[in-house]
Design a protein around this ligand. Structure first.
Ligand SMILES: [Zn+2]
Length: 120
């Protein structure tokens, strides 16, 4: 059985970093609403950008949480699509990967083929 303790530590780090980031943005938001009452247009733009960042962080946090759940449940490290092992190298680079390199590349290749069918 593969030892995922280093990867788990990495995921827990990431989880802390992301939830810290989300909490920080949420904390500053209330503050700025109070101070920026006379520049509503600008405030709106700023919070639009921040919402985008929040979404990204929340989405990544979701993936991290899922990976940690799979680690505990025992399904971690296997491709969602073909069921093969994802491989340690790939997991180290992308600890919350849910597809093996073949399936991930296959998905990319389909996109390439659609863009330029003559090359394949
Ligand atoms: Zn696969």
């Amino acid at each position: 059985m593969t030892d995922y303790s280093e990867i788990k530590a990495k995921l827990l780090d990431k989880q802390q970093e992301l939830s810290g980031r989300l909490k920080a943005t949420q904390a500053t938001e209330g503050h700025e609403v109070e101070e920026g009452l006379d520049s509503n247009a600008q405030l709106w733009e700023v919070s639009e950008v921040r919402d985008g960042l929040d979404d990204e962080a929340a989405e990544e946090l979701n993936q991290v949480n899922e990976a940690l759940a799979r680690l505990d449940a025992g399904g971690y490290g296997f491709c969602k699509s073909c069921g093969d092992e994802i491989g340690e190298m790939r997991l180290e680079a992308l600890p919350y990967a849910t597809l093996c390199i073949d399936c991930a590349e296959g998905a990319e290749e389909l996109v390439k083929e659609a863009l330029d069918p003559d090359e394949y």
